[in-house]
Design a protein around this ligand. Sequence first.
Ligand code: CA
Ligand code: CA
Length: 341
Amino acid sequence: MLAAMQSMWDNHREDVDVDGIGGEWPVVSITSPKNDTVFADGAAVLIQAEASDNDGSVVLVEFFANETTKIGERNSAPYSIIWTNITPGDYRLTAIVTDNQGHQRTSNTVRIKVGTPAMARLEAERATRQGQNITVRSNATASGGAYAEMRTQSGTITWQLPGVPAAGSYEIVFGYRLSFDTPKHQYINVNGTRVAEIVFDGNLNLWLEKKLNVNLVQGNNVIEMVLFWGWMDLDYMSVPSNIVTAVEGPSDLPASFSLWQNYPNPFNPATIIRYSLAKPEHVKLVIYDLLGRPVHVLIDRRQSAGPHEISFYGRNLASGMYFYRLEAGAFVDEKRMLLVK
Ligand SMILES: [Ca+2]
Ligand SMILES: [Ca+2]
């Protein structure tokens, strides 16, 4: 009977933690390092705990990183270990004490940071983009060879982080470029809640970075940049690589369909239209006037995968707004352009 009750209580000790059935539970507490201590790359971390048992003796203190990785143990005082060869990252330290009656109790949790965690770049051109006039541009100076150009004040760029291993505060970094004005303010939402208004400042026409600490939950997380002032270029969001378990969908360049804004625009009389095909397709590229009437068929034939460009001459057309529409299999996109004579 007593054994059964002890077993029941042991199984529920996290919930009720009642002493006195089959003896008292031991206690353990990590006294060093302090919470939120930051260690350099390659540091050896001394972890010290105090453990005791009122009605018996402590027989084992085990130390863990992030609950599941055992990093050392001691059978007698002093209950301390030196942890070495640590992969840079954020860690939660805990200790579990066992007494001579077989009872166990878990210590407080101490969060530490060791070294500079490797960062993984989640390219803006691979993120989910919503809104008119957010366009993927190829660019040799951008990370991954492309960036998201925002020529709008409304829209969102969304990243999914499906496998964050533990709740906590994580540093994220945005790579950006200002082309019009400095600064530009944009909002950051984490899991649907606005957590920051970032001031993207600095010199024009340079790739720059802005850091932010955000609280993430274990498991699925969604980070969104919600355009407030808009009108800048976003290259990537970096996150600690240990929280990235899956890379998002394929890049829009060159393995996807894309239609880019013509250049120059406005134009007179020539402009270039660029697009990219993920696979060979029958391509139809047609210029329409404002009333939707086709005024010129630029392409109507099968083309190979990869980037393409074609020049358009508006010599025989009147000044004004026109549309160009690309159809390539299931992919359809259109953009506006302005002919000014
Ligand atoms: Ca005891
Ligand atoms: Ca990029």
